[in-house]
Design a protein around this ligand. Structure first.
Ligand code: ZN
Length: 191
């Protein structure tokens, strides 16, 4: 490709990017407005039930495309009903109520997990789950030797064991068996 063609393409790309920027920010999806009204009504109702402060109007409720906590897409409630991605109004500090600068639209999933927990409590829960060998990303883990989906319950403290290749095992014996198998394969490969 010669230089003038390259320059031409660069100019085209630049003008396209500039044009795109003029459309920024994009129009929010139609369902956002109705959803914001619903969130506002719900917040007002709960503020009365829970006797917490309420001082919001529609302009305080902006629905982002993604959950700012979990990064999952926020989705309309209808027609699918409530789900993990349903927008929900979080009181950042619950006791301060539904007031400006104390609310954020996050996914229902994130809101339920957060509940009224403190940051330290959530960290303690995460640390404990990791110590029990729960996979960090929610995928099912399998023993690379016996395909069991749980650590061996006969162990005093059942947990997952990992070898240097990153494979997981339900019991240290299974890790040893697998490592021996790998060693034998290496020896065979070398001779
Ligand atoms: Zn196993």
């Amino acid at each position: 490709m010669n230089r003038s063609v390259l320059r031409q393409r660069q100019a085209e790309t630049k003008s396209r990017l500039l044009h795109q920027r003029r459309d920024w920010p994009p129009e929010p999806p139609e369902w956002h407005e109705e959803c914001a009204r619903e969130l506002l009504r719900g917040a007002q109702r709960r503020a009365e039930e829970k006797c917490v402060a309420f001082d919001l109007d529609l302009s305080d409720i902006e629905i982002p495309e993604l959950c700012p906590v979990l990064g999952i897409a926020l989705t309309p409630r209808r027609p699918a009903g409530q789900n993990h991605g349903s927008p929900s109004l979080d009181r950042i500090v619950p006791s301060e109520g539904y007031v400006r600068h104390n609310v954020a639209v996050i996914s229902l999933r994130a809101n339920r997990l957060k509940s009224d927990a403190t940051p330290d409590e959530l960290r303690q829960i995460a640390d404990w789950m990791r110590s029990q060998g729960v996979p960090t990303d929610g995928t099912e883990r399998e023993c690379a030797w016996c395909n069991s989906s749980r650590p061996d319950r006969r162990l005093e403290a059942p947990r997952w064991f990992q070898n240097t290749r990153g494979e997981w095992f339900c019991h240290p014996y299974h890790r040893r068996a697998r490592n021996q198998q790998l060693r034998r394969a290496r020896v065979r490969g070398a001779t």
